[in-house]
Design a protein around this ligand. Structure first.
Ligand SMILES: N[C@@H](CCC(=O)N[C@@H](CS)C(=O)NCC(=O)O)C(=O)O
Length: 263
């Protein structure tokens, strides 16, 4: 199989560290579709999203002839460019329904919770939080972030209900999903929906990645050992579950794997 040629690259508007953006980025990279990422620091993403035709959140993909404002339609659009065996959503109806249901569940039950728990632990540590939020970015946004930090964190805390009670709810929600994924993997299957890498795997791994603190996050950010002790201990505990080990394996084995097979 050979990757198709796309006339002009798409624009992917992101928050660099966002896991929903990582989900879209992974799908695009896997399919070999050309895109230019415009990564922002939280807070600065909103005008960029709106100007690109989004509804304030990211990712937004400005593709030839279409603008997609949510990670799930982005995955479906990517799939339209791929032949069936390489697709994230298989054609076979039963398998497809299973993948769609899991993808939706992880969007709802992992994404908001891994984000809230991560921010709950990080935002209390100004220098660490600035390092993570900047994610290696330079330029005006990175310069302004320290000045805007108090306002930005106030808005983040109130809009995402980042407090001890919210963090506890998120801890419980994530524990439940990890338990369910452990059960699903107990029969030794290589992927969540059988023997094929699907949108369920990609969505689980990308949305859980902050609370596994995968190597993607340590490239420019702090190591697990540098994180607040309670957060670091939770990450270590989850890494040792079958679901956590599975998420790490997907990053090690599948994150750079092309949908088109070995090149
Ligand atoms: N359902 C959306 C969720 C996207 C989302 O929550 N994005 C976050 C970044 S992780 C965002 O833009 N937050 C900033 C905001 O709400 O203004 C998707 O799957 O794309």
């Amino acid at each position: 199989m050979t990757a198709p040629l796309q006339a002009s690259p798409s624009r992917l508007i992101t928050i660099g560290i966002s896991h929903y953006c990582e989900k879209a980025r992974w799908a695009l990279e896997r399919a070999g579709l050309p895109f230019v990422e415009e990564a922002h620091i939280p807070g600065f993403h909103a005008p960029a999203s709106l100007l690109a035709g989004g509804n304030r959140t990211v990712p937004v993909l400005v593709a030839p002839g279409r603008t997609l404002t949510d990670s799930t339609p982005i995955l479906h659009w990517v799939d339209e460019q791929l032949p069936e065996p390489a697709r994230l959503f298989p054609a076979e109806p039963t398998l497809r329904a299973e993948v769609v249901a899991l993808e939706e569940r992880f969007d709802k039950d992992v994404g908001p919770h891994s984000r809230r728990l991560t921010y709950f632990h990080l935002l209390a540590h100004r220098e660490l939080a600035i390092r993570v939020l900047t994610n290696g970015a330079a330029g005006l946004e990175a310069t302004l972030l320290p000045l805007m930090f108090p306002v930005l964190t106030f808005i983040m805390r109130s809009s995402m209900k980042i407090d001890a009670e919210g963090a506890n709810r998120s801890l419980n929600a994530l524990t439940q999903v990890i338990w369910d994924v452990n059960q699903r993997l107990a029969d030794g299957r290589p992927y969540l929906c059988g023997d094929r890498f699907t949108a369920a795997d990609l969505t689980f791994a990308s949305l859980i990645y902050p609370v596994l603190w995968t190597p993607e996050l340590t490239k420019t950010g702090p190591s697990v050992a540098e994180l607040p002790a309670a957060f670091s201990q939770q990450i270590q505990a989850w890494r040792q579950t079958p679901a956590g080990a599975f998420g790490l394996r997907l990053y090690a084995q599948d994150r750079r794997r092309s949908a088109w097979g070995p090149s």
